[in-house]
Structures are given as C-alpha cells and as structure tokens.
Write a protein that binds this ligand. Sequence first.
Ligand code: SF4
Length: 349
Amino acid sequence: MSKFNNLKFQNESFPKTSDVLNNSPAYNEKKKADKINLIKKLLKEKDAKIIAHYYTHEDIQEVAELTGGNVSDSLEMAKFGASQSSKTLVVAGVRFMGETAKILNPEKKILMPTLDAECSLDLNCPAPELLKFRQRYPDRQLVVYANTSAEVKAMADWVVTSSIAVKLIEYLNKKNIKLIWAPDKHLGNYLNDKTNANMKLWNASCIVHEEFKATALIKLMKENKDAAVLVHPESPKEVVELADVVGSTSQLISACKNLPHNKMIVATDNRIFYKMKKAAPNKTLIEAPTGGKGATCISCAHCPWMAMNNLDNLIETLIDEKNEIIVDETIRKKAFISTNKMIDFAKTL
Ligand code: SF4
C-alpha cells in the first residue's frame, strides 16, 4: 500500500457540527408546516425538484419526499437528477453532489441551499496534487470516489460510489487493470481487502466516519449483545472488522430493515436514522461511539457540512435562485465521461 501524505487540511481546521447546529434556525411544528407549504409553492413556481442526501436534517428529507423529490445516496441522487424533466434541481447535500448533478444535467439549473457545504474528502484531494500522485504510476488507471470535485472527476478513468465500489473494483481487477484509488483511505483499504486489487491509495478520510472508535464500540457491543452492527466502509479498519454488515447508506438502511435483530448499532452519520426508522419502525437504533471516555469529537456522528442545509436557506435559494453550481464546460465534458461510466456500470449489476 502506498499513501500520499500531503493533506491540505487537518481535521481540526474543519467546522464543528455543534457550532453549525447552534447557529441553525429552530422552529416549532406550526412554523415548520408554514415553511414546508412555502417550499411546495416555490418548487411549483420554479419548476424545481429537491434531491436530498440521507445525512441532511429530517425536515429537509421530509420536504423532499413530500414534494416528489428524492432522498437517497450519492449514486441514486445522480440517477434521479438525470431522470427528471424539471428545469431546476435543488441539491441538499454537499458541493460535490451539486457538481455531480451539473455534470450529468448541463441543461438544468442546479442550486444548493448553501455553497459552504464541503466534504473533507473533496477538500483534501485537490486535482493538481492528485495529478502528481497519478504521475508516479503511469501504468495505473485512476478510480475516484464520487466525493470529489468536478476537476478530479475530469481526470479520472472511473468514478464510483460506495454502493457499487466493491463490484467495480472486482470487475477491473479481474481484467488485470492496475489501479490508483482516491481519496478515502479507509474505503480504499476495505476495497483492497475485499478484492485483492492492491490499489495505490490516496490518504484522505471522512471527518465523520474517521471518528468512530473500535474500543468504545466493543464495549457498547458487550452491553448490547443482541444488536447487529452496521458500518459504513469510510470508517477505520478496526471498526469495519467489528461489523455484521458493511455497506453504503442505502445498503445499511436495507440491512436495518431485513436483519432479524431488533437492535442496531449504526456507524455512519446519525441523520440516517430518519430513513432507518421509516424502514424499520419497531427497531432500536443506537449510534456507534465516536470517542472513548473523555475524548472529544469534531463531528460527533453528524457531518458539519450536511448540517448546514436547513429549511430557511432552502427557501432563500428558491426565492432568489441563488447558490447556483457552475462547472467549466471543458471540465464538465470530461467529468461526464467517467461519471456516466459509473451509471452505465451500475445498470449492469
Ligand atoms: S459525511 Fe464525510 S464523506 Fe460525507 S460529506 Fe460529510 S465529510 Fe464528506
């Protein structure tokens, strides 16, 4: 395994989720209903649909569902956007998701509730640095996770989401294609272990999943012997090794529903509980621990950037049609090739 130790940002420099939430608007049920009604009206007026990620606030997920939009993982968000006839898509998530929507839908206006919603994987994988890493291995193809900028997707041979990553790497490995993987080192390690692909790995990580701790999880498992452990593969290897099910957000929601256990310990962003509770209303959901005794956490199992999406900035975006995602057309065309290959590959599964 070869890692590139040249990260631009340290985790300490990222926003803290508690600060973001403390500065977020709060509203009672009546105000929430008023806001949802206004959003419904604005979506009609603007011929727009909401595409929201599972990690956004429950209110955002609810309004997306109520208005014929979509709540899903990165792959399904991309596919849904491409299947819609509406002129405008409002992507409630983080910037790379808005860019992916633009890459696949150049004719549509892509808006986001905030353009400050970043991702630690994307921020720590700048295209010029990745190009230098790639140049070390001229005989290898580059596979990048969807959590990357349009520039990075434009230089990649393949884009992939966690829901189909094992299948794609297996497919390429069987063809004896040697690979570089970027940016998530934990997902890259997991894929190497699952497929023996021996990919060269970039060194970034997800600020949320990085914080799940194996020692504290083992203690929690001992206290809840009847619980199944569901883990997203962006988590550290020691945590992944404790899992009953390792999978993407959609796969973890399915596991929550289909496993016979009545209790689940879940190691991914805790906003996924909104959909898990809908899928399995009678099951008990427990957050996996993000630190040992006395430890501090930056994200505390909720992404600070996902937390920046709320009903107020969603309304402002719709009224002013602001926070539009713009992608340079030359970059977009190149990024379309690798991103669309992912969608085509997913159709074969
Ligand atoms: S949860 Fe992690 S991978 Fe997802 S957007 Fe936040 S920082 Fe990025």
